[in-house]
Design a protein around this ligand. Structure first.
Ligand code: UD1
Length: 458
């Protein structure tokens, strides 16, 4: 039997969201042929922040997170933690999380369905309480995104898992303190989320867990470092084998999140397509190796200036081929932005998307702007054109929205971008940062020129 949840007995404090824009109702106007110049401050990594917020559920004491980006996804994750009875308080880029009392083991569908990463709480909640009930996150614009690897790993650690009417019910049976057991887990695919879920679950398990074919993304390492700072025993994060020796209890922590490599990559591509010299910091150049290598193939240079700063030196753009892969391969989260860049690069390029099965929906929108792209299965064949033209377009997912902004910066005339709720999920004040570089980009509340989703064929 799954124990009943206790009611939440204390008041909830949601993170401050006042300065987040209203993405659903507004549109972006971008005037192209921009020339950018100057420096961009890169925010904390979205994917680290989300995983680490989930990881804070492991800790029965206060956690202070620093460098937390101001994003809709972070706000939603905060709401999910609040719904479990956790107290959160946001102060600028700092976020305090007090999970000393978790009053609920069940996460609400309305919130989980909006944010896939919130499913990752299943690992820490199960480890802390011996029971977790989290709705299946459901489909998503970029593919089916199942959670079978998460579930199978938890079962190997001794959890009973039943999926009933869209709810994943996981619990640890037996008397006394209900602890998961260490296990040897081979992941059929190096899933970022499954690695994170299972690593978090294993920190409080009885005995040693070995995750083989683990994801090696920097955000996995960041989560491991956060857990270690709380007293967890984890070795090998950042390699394909992670070993976790379970401990009885974790303790309070003050932890700073790494810079966002996808935000940094997005600005580098914006600089490249507009032939602009820009610098970025803080960044961890090692995390950008695949992106910098591809930029070099395209004809621009990225030079490091000290340990956490890079500068983009523009050049004339030429075609290249890209295949998305798990880290350290080329990131799927940079695929759409590079497609925008390759539309204006001389020659034919091929982009092969191997991580998600439906992540080429931005092709139709880039084509509206004059791009020459054909799709065959998971390949996009891009023939460089001499110019793009501003047009009304609709963002189809988070990184697609960034690709449209990038294309719009280089296009002739004005582009109107709708669907900004995608952009606001994962970019911290993107248009403000671009304006500071000299871009002519403005958000307006409503726009009759913008097409509806149906008109745009999205
Ligand atoms: C994370 C990132 C996302 C990034 C992706 C790949 C977060 C919050 N999001 O997503 O930005 O694009 O990694 O780098 O960190 N899969 C299964 N079964 C599972 C889990 C995954 O088949 O149980 C498949 C997925 O359908 C997909 C592939 O594995 O085709 C990669 O997914 P995964 O690495 O899990 O991505 P996320 O963790 O969802």
């Amino acid at each position: 039997m799954i124990p009943e949840d206790r009611p939440i007995t204390h008041s909830l404090s949601l993170p401050d969201t006042q300065s987040l824009p209203e993405g659903d109702k507004s549109v972006l106007h971008v005037w192209g042929k921009a020339s950018l110049q100057g420096h961009v401050k890169i925010s904390g990594a979205k994917n680290s922040a989300l995983a680490i917020m989930a990881g804070a559920l492991l800790c029965p004491q206060d956690c202070r997170l620093r460098n937390v980006p101001l994003l809709m996804d972070v706000q939603r994750m905060g709401q999910i933690l609040s719904s479990l009875g956790v107290k959160l308080e946001r102060d600028g880029d700092d976020l305090n999380i007090d999970a000393s009392h978790i009053g609920q083991s069940k996460a609400p569908y309305e919130l989980v369905s909006q944010l896939r990463a919130s499913f990752f709480i299943i690992g820490p909640v199960l480890a802390r309480l011996g029971v977790a009930r989290v709705p299946l996150p459901g489909g998503c614009a970029i593919g089916a995104r199942p959670v079978d690897l998460h579930v199978r790993g938890l079962q190997l650690m001794g959890a009973e898992v039943q999926i009933d009417r869209g709810m994943v019910n996981a619990y640890v049976t037996g008397g006394g303190r209900k602890r998961l057991k260490g296990a040897r887990i081979y992941l059929d695919y190096p899933s970022v989320g499954a690695t994170e879920t299972l690593m978090m679950a294993a920190t409080l398990a009885d005995g040693e867990t070995i995750i083989e074919n683990a994801a090696q993304e920097p955000e996995v390492t960041d989560l491991a470092n956060f857990c270690r700072a709380m007293g967890a025993k984890i070795r090998g994060a950042g390699t394909n084998t992670i070993v976790i020796s379970g401990v009885e209890r974790l303790h309070s922590v003050d932890y700073s999140i790494i810079p966002d490599r996808v935000e940094a990559g997005t600005f580098l591509v914006a600089g490249a397509i507009t032939h602009s010299e820009i610098s970025l910091s803080p960044v961890i150049p090692d995390h950008l190796t695949a992106v910098i290598a591809k930029l070099r193939d395209v004809g621009v240079k990225v030079v490091t200036e000290g340990p956490n700063s890079v500068r983009l030196i523009p050049g004339s753009l030429k075609a290249t081929d890209i295949e998305t892969l798990p880290y350290p391969g080329f990131p799927t989260d940079m695929q759409a932005q590079f497609m925008a860049l390759l539309t204006l690069s001389e020659g034919d390029s091929i982009i092969t998307e191997t991580v998600f099965e439906n992540r080429l929906r931005h092709v139709a929108e880039l084509s509206r702007m004059g791009a020459d792209i054909r799709v065959k299965g998971n390949n996009a064949i891009i023939r460089g054109v001499s110019m793009l033209s501003g047009a009304p377009v609709v963002a189809t997912d988070l990184r697609a929205s960034a690709a449209l902004v990038i294309a719009a910066l280089a296009a002739e005339g004005k582009t109107t971008i709708q669907g900004l709720h995608h952009l606001d999920r994962g970019y911290d004040r993107l248009e403000l940062k671009l304006r500071q570089l000299g871009a002519n980009i403005h958000r307006v509340k409503d726009d009759s020129e913008a097409p509806t989703e149906v008109e745009a064929g999205a």
